[in-house]
Design a protein around this ligand. Sequence first.
Ligand SMILES: O=C(O)CCC(=O)C(=O)O
Length: 352
Amino acid sequence: MDSTKPLLLTDLVSGSKHVPSNYIRPEHDRPNLDEVEHYSLDGNSSSIPLIDLQRLHGPNHSDIINHIGHACQNYGFFRVKNHGIQEAVIDNMLRVAKEFFYLPESERLRSYSDDPFKTTRLSTSFNTRTEAVSSWRDYLRLHCNPLEDYVDEWPANPASFREEAAEYCRNVRGLARRLLAAISESLGLESDYVDRALGQHGQHMAINYYPPCPQPELTYGLPGHADPNVITVLLQDDVAGLQVRRNGKWVAVDPIPYTFIVNIGDQIQVLSNDRYKSVLHRAVVNSDKERISIPTFYCPSYDAIIGPAQKLIDEDEPAHYRSFTYGEYYEKFWNRGLQTQTCLDMFKTHIP
Ligand SMILES: O=C(O)CCC(=O)C(=O)O
């Protein structure tokens, strides 16, 4: 390795006018930004459903459960408002995230690792050990549950990072568990079904930092992929970049302040025996502005055994997947690199 070459994208490309060659996608695999569908955010139409979680408690409970079920089945994505997480918690998380990425290189690099199985690590692209083309992203990855097992590994600079990120994690964990109860109910399962299926529960967070890119049409922040976990709760700043696959097209999911974007991961697709879909999404970059997104990946513990819920299997719908441990799934996901073909196919039963 060239020891003088910066390890992180931010330091490599600061001020450069061209995308380095190892970030350029082959022509058949570029974002085609002109073909992306955009929806206005002024109310009448939306790229993904917006669900008011306040209405989960009260006389509209079953309407909201049905709304969540409909979104999981038809979009794999929805947005939530009135989710119970205070604006200050969100603001503080975004602030410390930005402050971290603005630290001098030498300070940031204290957290650097290219080992995808390290529980706290600052890295770049996706998996630099296996991928052929790099993605336009640096990211800090943190394990967050149980918090006390990991928080002392997290960056201590900026000074309030651990405190604010821990508060954010506790809040998102509460939200994720409420969502999992609603998703279980929407499948006709007991409300704690998914909760119990996850063993000890895992929670990981990525803080994605996408620097401005001089040629955004040539590369991705992250190429199309589905998430390997149970559900993802995504916070994004006010810069657009997330796009979701729908009816054969890429659709932009632009930011609405203080809402979260929720998507179904592969494990819910398995537990639901394919009733709910883990949908492809990607992040694109732009030439003007940096962007921060913070997905929380809620997941089973590695030893949890995942398979379709018995209640969702019958003669007409036999199990579409074999059972596996989440650890087995997770390793395949990281070792393979991001691909539009999901890992799910490797775990399918071959129904005649
Ligand atoms: O930046 C985004 O909006 C998407 C991030 C994402 O898909 C991921 O980190 O897996």
